[in-house]
Ligand binder design. Structure first.
Ligand SMILES: [Zn+2]
Length: 269
């Protein structure tokens, strides 16, 4: 019992959500992702090439298979490779000469900043929003409901909903700030990876939470709009933490399985 408890604790201590990742050493999968990015940059592969199998990469670089899997997911999120089920990973884009990807903004930081800005933006929008924009938000809530039916959707409607509210503040600086926060989803690999994992864990924008925000804006009630947005983004953070925890447990299980396989093989000689 005691051992299980301490194992759980050490897994969550390594969570990128504990602190901002700035200045912290890169995690193993990030180091490995950078190695592969350097390989792509150095011209070892051409677009369309198939990457070595997970097992072979793990062996070559002496890392565990979950580390390889995590790194490949990061590269997929960055749009460098494409993972085809049952076939392997293929190079779809070669890494350019741009700086190394900064793995320094976590999804948690992005969401915390969104909660701060977007709650106040919603309050301000309540007094500025036009009937046409209310109409847009109504159809976007419907679009969120529709998108949730497709497991592979890009959740565009959710983003459009939030950006419409930012625009309704009639403050270009607020609008641009909120847009910038949303862009981090694709420009920070750490952030992108966490959100992609949540998506794969079936975390979806909750329709009811958006309806409450919409109703507050319809009523032009600033306080209710602020509270509704705050609660919505608080719930998003909760869902994300839950998804990441589940993932950490699965990774630990996979890692044990990989270790067991390796030792079983070495015993058999
Ligand atoms: Zn939302």
């Amino acid at each position: 019992m005691v051992r299980a408890k301490s194992a759980t604790r050490s897994a969550s201590d390594e969570s990128p959500f504990k602190n901002g990742a700035k200045g912290q050493p890169l995690r193993l999968y990030q180091k490995f992702a950078k190695i592969v990015i350097d390989e792509l940059r150095s011209g070892q592969y051409a677009v369309g090439d198939r990457m070595p199998a997970e097992r072979d990469l793990a062996k070559k670089f002496e890392v565990s298979r979950p580390v390889v899997r995590e790194a490949m997911l990061a590269l997929e999120v960055l749009g460098l490779i494409e993972v085809r089920v049952g076939s392997g990973s293929y190079v779809v884009r070669l890494s350019g000469k741009q700086k190394d990807p900064g793995f320094d903004v976590t999804a948690f930081e992005q969401l915390e900043a969104r909660m701060l800005f977007e709650s106040e933006a919603a309050a301000l929008a309540a007094s500025q929003i036009t009937d046409a924009e209310i109409g847009e938000l109504e159809s976007l809530v419907q679009a969120i409901r529709d998108e949730n039916r497709w497991s592979d959707s890009a959740q565009e409607a959710d983003m459009a909903f939030h950006l419409t509210i930012a625009r309704a503040t009639r403050n270009a600086v607020i609008e641009r700030t909120v847009e910038g926060l949303w862009q981090l989803r694709s420009t920070s690999p750490e952030c992108a990876l966490m959100l992609e994992k949540a998506r794969r864990a079936n975390v979806r924008p909750v329709v009811d939470e958006h309806t409450v925000i919409l109703e507050a804006l319809q009523a032009r009630d600033a306080q209710a709009a602020r509270t509704a947005m705050h609660e919505h983004l608080g719930a998003v953070i909760d869902h994300l933490l839950f998804a990441i925890e589940e993932q950490a447990v699965m990774d630990a299980r996979n890692s044990v399985t990989a270790t067991r396989e390796r030792f079983t093989q070495s015993i058999r000689g």
